[in-house]
Design a protein around this ligand. Structure first.
Ligand SMILES: Cc1cc2nc3c(=O)[nH]c(=O)nc-3n(C[C@H](O)[C@H](O)[C@H](O)COP(=O)(O)O)c2cc1C
Length: 316
């Protein structure tokens, strides 16, 4: 292991896109337990086997090692908060979560995209994790888009769809992001003008995409979760469609670019006009504690208020 850098290895593992699941079981006294896992994979059709890796350090690992049954709940793209809840060390992760026991008692979270109730088939120690192999005894698959996970951030397929739909007939599509961590906003290097700008996919002539933006953030060493649509507007008289999301960064120092305090942005180094407009608006809305969605062109547009401070993946 000596020459393997764990941070780089984790980043490299993160290049592989996955879904997000919540794996659940019950203690002997019936108490429900669960954790968020993206290490789920199908293993075999006959017999029907699935696999999920649980960290040796997970508080629930001894419960899963003993339990006769567990369930894998595949999250839909509106269930980021469910993912966050089950990834937290909260002692009562199920409070406020609507769930029902499966046929064998394993908790099935209501509203998930699919679920698999499993009998424990085998457990295999593997490094700092343990493989939980389950034999599927019951399952259900519903309609909808899955919640995705890539390079340490959630990816919503409906966000991607929305971007493509919004792009319409525009020849060029640019997808950018305002990423905040603790009052600081991430600024990427601006290859065209020098200085800094908001990160954007598609500025270099090729058609932008969420996957492109995600890849760019990966290259820049920025770990972020893009959750809300922030602005949809046209530039260049309709030739260029721009879509900006806002999201939360981990705040870890990026490989390139920098985080800068929202109340002391280095404006003299930000020459890109769209970045300036987005940042001005972001700072004003942040100060007012209220975000909207801006629609129009780069100079004038209309604000749409967003109920509850934001939407996840859909435009109201
Ligand atoms: C998207 C995502 C995927 C995760 N995947 C796994 C995983 O596959 N295995 C694991 O042990 N922990 C994973 N975690 C971390 C656990 O959910 C987290 O450590 C949780 O607190 C463990 O719960 P417990 O300590 O109550 O058992 C993941 C977290 C997130 C946000």
């Amino acid at each position: 292991m000596s020459e393997i850098d764990p941070r780089k290895l984790r980043n490299a593992f993160g290049c592989y896109p996955t879904g997000v699941t919540v794996v659940t079981t019950r203690e002997a006294d019936g108490t429900p337990r669960g954790f968020t896992a993206n290490s789920f994979t199908s293993v075999s059709l006959d017999p029907p086997l699935v696999l999920v890796c649980i960290a040796s350090s997970a508080a629930s690992r001894p419960v899963f090692a003993e339990a006769e049954h567990f369930a894998v709940n595949v999250l839909g793209d509106s269930q980021r908060t469910v993912s966050a809840r089950f990834a937290s060390p909260s002692p009562d992760k199920f409070s406020g979560i609507d769930w029902q026991p499966g046929r064998h008692g394993a908790p099935i979270v209501v509203g998930v995209l699919a679920w698999f109730e499993c009998a424990r088939h085998d457990t295999v120690a593997a490094g700092d994790h343990e493989l939980l192999i389950g034999r599927v005894v019951d399952f259900h698959a519903g309609e909808g888009n899955p919640l995705g996970y890539l390079r340490g951030a959630y990816v919503s397929h409906s966000l991607e769809h929305m971007a493509v739909e919004a792009a319409g007939a525009a020849q060029e599509l640019r997808i950018g992001a305002v990423i905040e961590a603790d009052g600081q906003v991430y600024l990427a290097p601006d290859p065209a003008r020098g200085g800094l700008r908001l990160p954007v996919s598609g500025a270099a002539g090729q058609r932008g995409s969420l996957a492109g933006l995600s890849g760019l953030l990966g290259e820049l060493g920025v770990v972020a979760s893009l959750t809300f649509l922030f602005a949809v507007f046209e530039e260049g008289g309709g030739e260029i469609q721009s879509i900006y999301y806002r999201g939360t960064g981990s705040g870890e120092p990026p490989l390139r670019g920098q985080y800068a305090p929202l109340d002391a942005l280095p404006w003299e180094r930000i020459q890109d006009p769209v970045s300036r407009t987005m940042l001005e608006r972001y700072a004003a809305e942040r100060a007012a504690g209220r975000f909207g969605i801006y629609m129009g062109d780069e100079e004038s547009g209309e604000m749409r208020a967003v109920p509850g401070g934001g939407v996840q993946g859909t435009v109201p």
